[in-house]
Design a protein around this ligand. Structure first.
Ligand code: A3P
Length: 287
């Protein structure tokens, strides 16, 4: 059986309570604490990045967001609980999880360092205005699903004559520099790799090759792993004969935004963006 089949058989056995610890140990299959974590940003393309990396044979990725370092009720459960949330992995594989809520959580950097100061962190960023609109669109969608009202974006962004409502959460969460500074106070910059979320949408492979290198993985992802799907409007994933796109919650259409408001937002973000560029030592082609 292939390594993948062995992994899934062992996983099924374990889930059914038939797993025998020593048999697991002999096969080397274990749940391990992550050596790589995607810490954010929310709506930056965190799911796409994790799923794409999971195509790599050396990567074992947790399926669901774990919210260990940012939620007290989970953190109190301890590292043993956290490890149980991880997938089975073979020796030599890198365990990864993604929880975008970590990036903006004040306690997360120190807690992650306490787990493992050598952990590799990935931060996927996107034009802050696009991220903001994506964030709004997700909340709007969730509210509608629960038949709850949600104001139009313009009303949330503007405070009457007083200009932008900069206290709006979706604006705050796009101020990457303020949040990154807290991580850089705890981790050396060499441990934090920034992924261009816009680049990952336009052409995933170059971004993923840089991530492979950062994580110390054998280069393995190639052009056959991705194909552009016209209907979806995004790249989708291929592993052998299996092809799939991310689900419909990823790549939603965004509501239009008035030109003047867009300019106001760009002006507001520009100094914050410059600060972020100086922190990461690279620039992005944002508005
Ligand atoms: P939109 O739905 O606003 O377009 P996250 O996973 O962090 O929530 O990010 C969601 C965003 O990932 C989507 O935002 C989408 O733009 C982006 N994305 C990047 N690559 C994608 C892909 N191949 N398929 C779907 N969405 C992708």
């Amino acid at each position: 059986p292939s390594a993948q089949q062995q992994l899934s058989r062992a996983g099924v056995k374990e889930a059914a309570g038939l797993g025998n610890t020593s048999a697991f140990q002999a096969s080397g299959l274990q749940r391990r604490l992550p050596q790589g974590i995607i810490i954010g940003v929310r709506k930056g393309g965190t799911r796409a990045l994790l799923e794409m990396l999971a195509l790599h044979p050396q990567v074992a990725a947790a399926r669901a967001e774990v919210h260990f370092f940012n939620r007290e009720e989970n953190y109190r459960r301890g590292l043993g609980w956290y490890r149980q949330q991880m997938p089975l992995s073979r020796p030599g594989q890198l365990t990864m999880e993604k929880t975008p809520g970590y990036f903006s959580s004040p306690g997360a950097p120190e807690r992650i360092r306490a787990m493992d100061p050598a952990v590799r962190l990935l931060l996927i960023v996107r034009d802050p205005v696009e991220r903001l609109v994506s964030d709004y669109t997700q909340i709007l969608h969730n509210r509608r699903a629960r038949r709850k009202p949600y104001p139009p974006l313009e009303r949330l962004l503007l405070r009457g004559d007083q200009g932008l409502n900069t206290r709006f959460k979706a604006i705050q969460r796009s101020l990457y520099a303020l949040q990154l500074a807290r991580w850089l106070a705890v981790f050396p910059s060499a441990h934090i790799h920034v992924v261009d979320g816009g680049g990952l949408i336009r052409e995933p492979l170059p971004e993923l090759r840089r991530v492979e290198q950062f994580l110390g993985l054998v280069p393995s992802l190639g052009p056959n792993n991705f194909y552009f799907n016209q209907t979806k409007g995004f790249y989708c994933l291929r592993a052998g004969a299996r092809q799939r796109c991310l689900d419909e919650s990823k790549g939603r259409p965004h509501p239009p935004i008035a030109e003047q408001l867009l300019e106001q937002l760009c002006t507001y973000f520009s100094a914050h963006n410059e600060h972020f560029f100086s922190l990461v030592g690279r620039t992005f082609n944002w508005c």
